[in-house]
Design a protein around this ligand. Structure first.
Ligand code: EPS
Length: 410
């Protein structure tokens, strides 16, 4: 991995921290750029009261000078405003003190029970504080830096919600450009105004019933050059890297690329994307991002053999309903082994719109890593040179063969 990142921080601790290493020097970045994605992650109809408390903003700790990356590890801090309400509960000090707000009735579907047993804890708070999707704030900050790098190369990463609580949105064809500008206009990030009210009233119903809702999002990336990732080894295949990263989002249970599971139901002739010669395609980097070919369809979702084809990357992600139910499910009380109802902590009815923003961030991190792997370099200018050299040469051997043939036929 060229681009490494890690996060630290508990949901109600003092702050979240992200460290990102591997970005080239000379990449212009600003706190506003990161904060924009942090704010987008907090949006979405169905979020809980916590999002009214927080105002997620990044503080640079290292790696940036005069608005540019230095090529050194970048450290970012995002304070938790809620910390002031939790200082006594979450304090690192106070050894031996009776813990307040203990969680002893594990929620089915959450990390509570397995975590308590595996880590030999008596209080599931020791588990849930880190298992909470609050941690994705730090990942979105890291992803915003990756997005900044992709943005320099004309790569646009967007997402939209395709279903929520079992209600499907109609997806326009073609998708709007830029995608996020359109999706962010909707409170549930759908591109189908007709279904928005229906989804919102379904969320209201679920809230009244003390229930929660899952859903699916789609990430679409445009402007990628052909040939990121590789077919040669399992751990270099881009589809595997994307799926692994996306499956690490809390509550995510499925990832599909292109047609996804639908491809398994169709014959090959209705799945694979026919190839056409397209010598006219010119990349914004100079040269050709698709090597002089194009596809009539994009059922592959922009990936073949674990490599980008130059067509838009299309990835769908499915999230289960959040496991904190206000009408709780049966569980066992860990203090005495008695049958009980699971603990109800303040939570969201749904976080599917936010999950789309998180998925964008993680897709951006995987793609920025793949760009660095292919075009490397210590500085942005070096990386740009390498990309330009590649796109100028891409498909040249094929074009040299084709040129006399097309001249003869005309
Ligand atoms: C979240 C913060 C949390 C929850 C949610 C996501 O805040 P709190 O626990 O203080 O209400 O809103 O957490 C979960 C879904 C979870 O499973 O813990 C956030 O910042 O995204």
């Amino acid at each position: 991995m060229r681009l490494r990142f890690t996060t630290a921080g508990e949901s109600h601790g003092k702050a979240l921290v992200a460290i990102v290493e591997g970005l080239p020097a000379g990449l212009p970045v600003s706190a506003d750029w990161v904060d924009r994605d942090l704010a987008r992650r907090m949006q979405g109809y169905g979020r809980g009261a916590r999002m009214k408390i927080e105002r997620d903003r990044v503080e640079w700790l290292a790696g940036i000078r005069a608005g540019e990356t230095l090529g050194s590890p970048i450290a970012m801090l995002i304070p938790n405003r809620d910390w002031s309400n939790w200082e006594d509960v979450m304090s690192p000090d106070g050894e031996g003190e009776l813990r307040r707000r203990r969680v002893t009735r594990p929620r089915p579907g959450h990390a509570d029970l397995v975590g308590v047993l595996k880590y030999d804890r008596l209080d599931a708070r020791d588990i849930l504080e880190r298992a909470s999707a609050r941690e994705t704030t730090a990942r979105v900050a890291a992803g915003a830096l990756a997005r900044r790098l992709l943005d320099e190369f004309g790569v646009e990463v967007g997402s939209h919600v395709v279903s929520l609580g079992g209600i499907r949105a109609t997806v326009p064809d073609p998708l709007p450009v830029p995608l996020n500008e359109a999706a962010d206009r909707s409170e549930v990030r759908v591109l189908d105004p007709g279904v928005e009210r229906e989804i919102i009233s379904h969320i209201d119903q679920a809230r009244r019933a003390g229930d929660t809702l899952g859903g699916e999002i789609e990430v679409v990336v445009r402007g990628l050059v052909l040939g990121l990732g590789s077919h040669v080894s399992w751990d270099r295949k881009l589809d595997g890297r994307l799926a692994g990263m996306l499956m690490s989002i809390p509550a995510v249970k499925g990832v599909e690329i292109g047609l996804g599971f639908e491809a398994a139901r169709r014959p090959g002739s209705a799945v694979h994307d026919p190839i056409d010669a397209d010598g006219e395609e010119v990349s914004p980097h100079g040269g050709d991002t698709r090597g002089g070919f194009r596809r009539r369809t994009n059922n592959a979702g922009g990936l073949e053999g674990g490599m980008t084809t130059g067509e838009p990357l299309v990835v769908r992600v499915a999230m289960k309903p959040i496991s904190t139910l206000m009408s709780p499910l049966p569980t066992v009380d860990l203090t005495d082994g008695s049958a009980a109802s699971a603990q109800s902590e303040r939570s969201d009815v749904t976080a599917v719109p936010a999950m789309g923003v998180i998925a964008e961030a993680l897709v951006a991190l995987v793609l920025a890593d793949a760009m660095l792997e292919k075009f490397g370099g210590d500085s942005l200018t070096e990386m740009r040179r390498n990309l330009q050299g590649y796109t100028e040469a891409l498909g040249a051997r094929w074009r040299a063969i084709d040129a006399p043939a097309s001249a003869a036929s005309s």
